[in-house]
Write a protein that binds this ligand. Structure first.
Ligand code: SF4
Ligand code: SF4
Length: 477
C-alpha cells in the first residue's frame, strides 16, 4: 500500500469482520467442543477428590505454596518435575499428530482464542443482530442508542472476561476458600493482579483483536507450515469445479460456461477471519470449516452436489482434478507420519504411566557435613555427620526405619538422641506428605580404609511398605 508521499506503508488498517450466523455439521461440532472446553475450564477447580485428612481435596490443584501438583490420584513433587515435562512433551507431540492428520483442527476448534472469540461473537450477534445489522450499527454515527448498545455488549464481554480470569486462580488454591477470600478482600494481591490481567487480555483479545491474534500474533500458523504436507487435511475450494464463477442468472444464460460457484459470497460472509477461501490456502484460515457449512447449504439450494468447499488433502485435490472420485477424509488419518507421531506420543504416555505406577512413595537423600569431615571421639571411634532428608509422599504419617548398607558395625544416632542410644538403625515417623530432616551421626572404629562408600537406606514400616537408598561416603583420617 502506498502512502500519500508515495512510499510503501507496512501498516494495513484492519477491515471489520462481521461473521454471519451459519448452521451445519461443523457449526454444531464447534458448539459441542466449545461447551466441553468451557465446562472443563470453569468446572475443573470445583471437582473435589478425597485424599484423606492430610492433603487437599481439590481434584486438580497447582499448590504453589506447598510445591505440589495434584491431578486426581496423582501427586507430583518438585523433584518429580520430569512428569510435568513429559506431559508438556506429550502435548507438543499431540499437536504435531493432530496437525499432520487433520490440519489446523486445534486452531479451528479448541484453541482458547478461537473458543472465546466465538463466544464473544455469539454475544455480539445476540445483542446487535446478525452480520448486516452489525455492519449497519458499526457505520452509524454515534448516538445515545448506539452508545447504550455498545456499553451493554461490552459489559457482557467484560463479565465473561472476568469469569475467565477469575477461574484461572482457582487452579492455584482451594477454590471455595479462595472464592470467599476474593470477595472479602482477604486474598493475596497476586490473585487480584492475575484476575485483572487475565480479564483485560480476554476482553481485548476476544472482543476486539480476534482474527488479528491468529494472523499476526500467534506463531503457531507459521510453525504448522513445516508440519503440513501434501497429505494433510486443509479446507479447500475446489476451483476446478467452481470456476468460472458467476451468478445463477449468468450460468443459465450461458450453459456450460460457468462452474458450480454462484459467487454468492456466503463462504466469505461466515468466515470468522474474514478471508476468501477461493483465493487458496492462506495463513488466515483456521480451518474452522464454517465456509463448508455455508457453501453446502448454497449447493443444496441450487441443486448442485455438496463439497465445493471441503476438507481435502493436496494429493486428493490433484487426483480429483484429474477426474478421480472424492475419497473419504478419514483415510488420511492412517499414514506413516501420523502413525510415527502416534507411536512416539503413546510411547511417552505408557512410559510415564509405568513410571508413575512403579514409583516409590518413600525417598531419601543425604548430604555429608564437610566441616569437619570426621571427628575422633574419646573412645577412639570416628564419627561422620550427615543431613538426611526422608520424604513421605503419602497423605498419612508413616513410620520409617533408616539404616546403612555396606558399612558393617556402623552405629547411628541423631542430634536429638544421645550417643549411648546409638544403634544400627534409627526409627522415626515422617508426617503426612512432608520431608523429615535429620542430622544423623555414623560412627565406626578408628582403624580402616580412609574412604568407604555405602548407602543410606530407608524403609517404610507400615503394611504398604516401600524403600529407597542413597549413596554416601564414610571418611577417616
Ligand atoms: S459459498 Fe460456495 S457458491 Fe457461494 S461464493 Fe462461496 S464457494 Fe461460491
Ligand atoms: S476460510 Fe473457511 S475454514 Fe478458513 S477460517 Fe474462514 S470459514 Fe474457517
Amino acid at each position: 500500500m502506498l502512502t500519500p508521499g508515495g512510499s510503501a506503508s507496512l501498516y494495513e488498517k484492519r477491515k471489520g469482520v462481521y461473521p454471519k450466523a451459519v448452521d451445519g455439521f461443523f457449526r454444531r461440532l464447534k458448539w459441542a467442543i466449545m461447551a466441553v472446553t468451557l465446562a472443563i475450564y470453569w468446572g475443573t477447580p470445583w471437582i473435589r477428590w478425597d485424599r484423606g485428612p492430610y492433603a487437599p481435596d481439590q481434584a486438580v490443584l497447582v499448590d504453589l505454596a506447598n510445591r505440589r501438583f495434584y491431578m486426581f490420584d496423582i501427586e507430583i513433587w518438585p523433584h518429580e518435575f520430569y512428569y510435568v515435562a513429559g506431559l508438556l512433551i506429550m502435548a507438543g507431540i499431540g499437536l504435531f499428530l493432530v496437525t499432520s492428520a487433520v490440519g489446523r483442527a486445534w486452531c479451528g476448534y479448541a484453541c482458547p482464542q478461537t473458543v472465546w472469540t466465538d463466544l464473544f461473537q455469539h454475544v455480539e450477534r445476540f445483542m446487535d443482530g446478525d452480520r448486516n445489522a452489525q455492519i449497519r450499527l458499526a457505520k452509524a454515527p454515534w448516538s445515545l442508542g448506539k452508545l447504550a448498545r455498545r456499553l451493554a455488549k461490552w459489559s457482557v464481554w467484560l463479565l465473561i472476561a472476568f469469569l475467565t480470569g477469575g477461574a484461572w486462580i482457582f487452579y492455584y488454591a482451594d477454590a471455595p476458600t479462595l472464592q470467599q477470600q476474593f470477595w472479602t478482600g482477604t486474598a493475596a494481591p497476586a490473585a487480584y493482579i492475575t484476575v485483572a490481567v487475565l480479564t483485560a487480555t480476554t476482553f481485548v483479545l476476544g472482543g476486539f483483536m480476534r482474527e488479528q491474534v491468529c494472523i499476526y500474533m500467534c506463531p503457531w500458523p507459521r510453525i504448522q507450515a513445516a508440519m503440513l504436507d501434501e497429505r494433510s487435511l486443509i479446507v479447500t475450494y475446489k476451483h476446478w469445479r467452481g470456476e468460472k464463477r458467476g451468478s445463477l442468472k449468468k450460468a443459465e444464460a450461458h450453459p456450460g460456461e460457468y462452474g458450480d460457484c454462484i459467487d454468492c459470497n456466503q463462504c466469505v460472509a461466515v468466515c470468522p477471519t474474514g478471508i476468501d477461501i477461493r483465493e487458496g490456502s492462506q495463513v488466515g484460515c483456521i480451518t474452522c470449516a464454517l465456509c463448508i457449512d455455508a457453501c453446502d447449504k448454497v449447493m443444496e439450494q441450487v441443486d448442485r452436489p455438496r463439497g465445493l468447499i471441503d476438507y481435502c488433502t493436496e494429493e486428493d485435490a490433484e487426483a480429483e482434478q484429474k477426474g478421480a472420485a472424492p475419497r473419504p477424509v478419514l483415510r488420511t488419518l492412517l499414514r506413516p507420519r501420523t502413525i510415527a507421531y502416534f507411536m512416539v506420543w503413546s510411547g511417552i504416555g505408557v512410559a510415564m504411566l509405568f513410571a508413575l505406577g512403579a514409583r516409590t512413595r518413600v525417598d531419601i537423600s543425604a548430604q555429608q557435613d564437610r566441616n569437619p569431615i570426621f571427628v575422633r571421639l574419646s573412645d577412639g571411634t570416628i564419627r561422620n555427620a550427615y543431613t538426611v532428608k526422608i520424604r513421605n509422599m503419602e497423605a498419612r504419617p508413616r513410620p520409617m526405619e533408616v539404616g546403612v548398607e555396606g558399612l558393617p558395625g556402623a552405629q547411628l544416632w541423631t542430634d536429638a538422641t544421645a550417643r549411648e542410644q546409638a544403634a544400627p538403625t534409627l526409627s522415626t515417623t515422617v508426617p503426612a506428605d512432608s520431608v523429615a530432616k535429620l542430622r544423623v551421626f555414623v560412627a565406626l572404629p578408628g582403624s580402616g580404609d580412609a574412604r568407604q562408600d555405602f548407602h543410606f537406606a530407608v524403609r517404610a514400616l507400615d503394611k504398604e511398605g516401600g524403600a529407597d537408598r542413597e549413596p554416601a561416603r564414610f571418611e577417616r583420617p
